[in-house]
Design a protein around this ligand. Structure first.
Ligand SMILES: Nc1ncnc2c1ncn2[C@@H]1O[C@H](COP(=O)(O)OP(=O)(O)OP(=O)(O)O)[C@@H](O)[C@H]1O
Ligand SMILES: [Mg+2]
Length: 450
């Protein structure tokens, strides 16, 4: 398989010329503008890009080329971009290199030189990619601090990469502990806003009366106790990302104010008269069904459509194929190293217990169980007991079917008797057997009527 190369060039002659010269060594893809380039980037994932800085709609400027460069590198920082500028525009080329381009050429391009630069670029790309993959494998990390290589999570990483390059508001939906905040941070870190603050605020954790000033700030004297002017979180996120956790908890009046901010990027501090322009991207999260909240009139429809321009739904942990052992092992290594304990893994029974558990608390629950297990473990391997996941079947292990059935019968009868305070008639009727049969069983299984 030949390595993939993308040529972004609006001059058709030059494009074809380069393609002919390079098609022997590379699988060459071509694009004539930025949107076309990004499309190929995502569908083909080339390792290197030859990028003309002067692209339509303004082929005489370099704006479009620079945006394209930044979008390519945001998508995958390892991609080797070789920029091409017009004759005598070396300063642009140098600027591109300072922004992450791998190398540059001024037109006219010498194909032989280009070939040499490209072969070095591809070589370096491979080295760096192998290194990155190895690092990820060692740490178990797949993407921006997130673990998991299931198809469900791969899709998630792809979705994060896609939305990160835009400024669209994102709504992250997921059950408790599925990683909503982690996803929000990943989007921020992958975006062009990454140098600016990521400001989280949990709308469900702050009393309603304080939330407005917490979000939008207040002027001095706006209310009793407002001794000084304070900026809110929205303003704190200027240039960056505002993360509104548990957005479903916002009161109707705050929903209106938030909507206004999303529409006009303007806010007013509590007690303030002037409008303040704020450029921050909004990412919201919820574990509620906002559609249902909308139907019941608890959540504004217009706000829902503003906030949820893009919706990312996090899968439940138990639905992520193959991720449970992967996550459990990575977390085990992490906590064992932190506690300086020599634990090498899980017993086979513990692994089975991890796989069959339902995980209502998702990754957070897994973290907690593994953390506790590392503290409790006495041997080199973590047991189901350390994880507090003793299987309901553990007591049947090593028993034949007949004995197992007796153990189960005994349990059920004892429970029924206990529930009915020792009343045999009631217990028998609950168990849907006759009273004499129950007496018989009690004798056989040595059950005392308490
Ligand atoms: N894919 C993952 N890889 C590694 N750690 C994860 C992953 N997903 C979640 N976590 C960890 O699990 C914990 C819960 O994640 P997070 O706080 O992002 O979830 P959440 O959906 O916001 O939860 P909640 O609904 O309880 O607020 C965090 O400690 C986070 O680091
Ligand atoms: Mg959360």
């Amino acid at each position: 398989m030949k390595p993939k190369l993308l040529i972004v060039e609006d001059d058709e002659n030059l494009r074809t010329q380069m393609k002919w010269a390079l098609a022997g060594d590379y699988e060459v893809f071509m694009a004539e503008d930025r949107p076309g380039a990004l499309e190929v980037l995502k569908s083909e994932r080339p390792s290197a890009v030859v990028l003309d800085l002067g692209l339509p709609p303004a082929p005489d400027g370099v704006e479009e080329g620079f945006s394209c460069l930044s979008e390519i590198l945001t998508y995958d920082a390892l991609i080797k971009v070789i920029v091409v500028t017009g004759h005598g525009e070396k300063e642009h080329a140098l600027q591109a290199v300072s922004q992450g381009a791998y190398d540059f050429f001024c037109k006219p391009v010498q194909i032989d030189e280009l070939k040499i630069v490209l072969s070095r670029a591809f070589y370096l790309y491979e080295l760096e990619r192998e290194h990155r993959d190895l690092q990820h494998r060692l740490s178990g990390e797949a993407f921006e601090g997130m673990l998991g290589s299931s198809p469900q999570m791969q899709e998630m990483y792809e979705a994060i990469r896609k939305v990160a390059t835009t400024d669209a508001p994102v709504l992250i939906v997921g059950e408790n502990g599925t990683g909503k905040e982690l996803v929000a941070r990943a989007i921020h870190r992958q975006s062009t806003r990454k140098e600016y603050p990521f400001v989280p605020i949990n709308c469900g954790a702050i009393p309603e009366t304080l939330l407005e000033s917490e979000l939008f700030g207040h002027e001095k004297g706006a209310f009793t106790g407002a001794h000084i002017q304070r900026k809110g979180r929205v303003e704190a996120a200027q240039g960056g990302t505002l993360f509104l956790d548990e957005i479903g908890e916002l009161t109707p009046s705050l929903q209106v104010k938030l909507l206004r901010f999303l529409q006009e990027h303007r806010i007013e501090r509590v007690g303030g008269r002037e409008e303040i322009f704020v450029d921050s991207r909004v990412i919201a999260a919820t574990n509620q069904d906002l559609k249902e909240a909308m139907d019941e009139g608890r959540f504004r429809e217009d706000l829902y459509y503003r906030v949820g321009v893009v919706v990312i739904s996090l899968p439940l942990l138990r639905e992520r194929e193959g991720d449970i052992p992967l996550l459990a092992n990575a977390l085990l290594q992490r906590y064992a190293a932190e506690d300086k304990k020599k634990i090498t893994g899980f017993t086979p029974q513990a692994l089975r217990a991890l796989e069959s558990h339902n995980w209502p608390g998702n990754v957070r629950e897994l973290e907690n169980r593994v953390k506790r297990a590392v503290i409790m473990a006495e041997g080199a391997k973590v047991t189901p007991g350390n994880l507090e996941l003793t299987s309901p079947y553990a007591k049947y292990e090593g028993l034949g079917l007949r004995e197992a059935r007796e153990v189960l019968e005994k349990d059920l009868i004892q429970q029924a008797l206990a529930r009915n305070k020792g009343n045999v008639t009631k217990a028998a009727s609950e168990l849907r057997i006759s009273r004499p049969t129950l007496y018989e069983l009690m004798e056989k299984l040595a059950i005392e009527k308490k």
